[in-house]
Write a protein that binds this ligand. Sequence first.
Ligand code: SF4
Length: 361
Amino acid sequence: MEYLVEARGMKKHFPIRGGLLRKQLASVKAVDGINLAIKKGETIGLVGESGCGKTTAGRCILNLVPPTEGHVYYRMPAEERKRLVGLEDQLARMIEENSDGKSKEAVEKEIEEIQDKFALDRRNQEELRKLRQFMQIVFQDPFSSLNPRMLIRDIVGEPLLVHGVARGEELRERTTALLEKVGLNPEHLYRFPHEFSGGQRQRIGIARAFALNPDFVVLDEPTSALDVSVQAQILNLLNDLQAEFGLSYLFISHDLSTIKYMCDSINVMYLGKVVEFASKDELFRKPLHPYTEALLSVIPVPDPDLRRDRIVLAGDIPSPANPPTGCRFHTRCRYREAICEQKDPPLTDRGGGHLVACHFR
Ligand code: SF4
């Protein structure tokens, strides 16, 4: 099975500094050890409440903010991935059994060699700059992500110019074609961002992100700043572009209805960790984690006669600087028992590729 992008054990901790010497006092554990793998042509969802770390995870995957721990692999061939997984398992066993230092060093060296070849954080600035052509992001707020002083011609054409892909007449032609692809007209080339509606601005953001023919795009809440009537148009545009170019998406959203419409498989994130992963059909048919169950219970249904028990989560999401002990969800979980406060449940396969982090599900 070949993955285009894969994050393994990815963590991002931001230091909290204080005092005269700006010493590190604590850290915000925005992302705390997640695994995500995305195949070619697939859309993987990342869903959770505001502040759960999903946006930071999206930026780490693109190495826009380097992970504190773990690695993101890009275009790693299937046989190399198999080797890496085998070596990591072997190393974990050796550490557990406290076995001999020499063979452990050899295994670590082999892992390092694979990381040197495929991990994004091992690339130098020039290599990263080249790779960025193929890994793009569409931001949530289309207005603040576009430079208000630049013409649309320059905003959309800039990546082509910076990467030396086109200039002069060819640049103008390609920029025009990009605008047409996202449903805008050539006359829009000579306008500024403030002259457009929210939906049109997001189309411009998409044209810019797709200018260099990427194969992987992070869609960070691409429709949440838009009117409901425009959201469907943007989602359909993204689906059309994916079908035409065989792109892989990481779709980040707090809205499960949008996630359901767009994604093949879904990761549910809570306080820096993935608590459930399943295919879309499996997750909506049978949510297992109590957090997912609560999220699904509040999705609006278009049938006024249908009565559903809404599960209201008490309290706010705890601070990622000081997450609860044991299961992070125990402060809000209606099924919690004594063990939940003491032991953090690992993400465990419950069959059919459905992974859940809960002691009782
Ligand atoms: Fe709830 Fe306990 Fe499961 Fe955590 S481990 S989700 S607290 S039942």
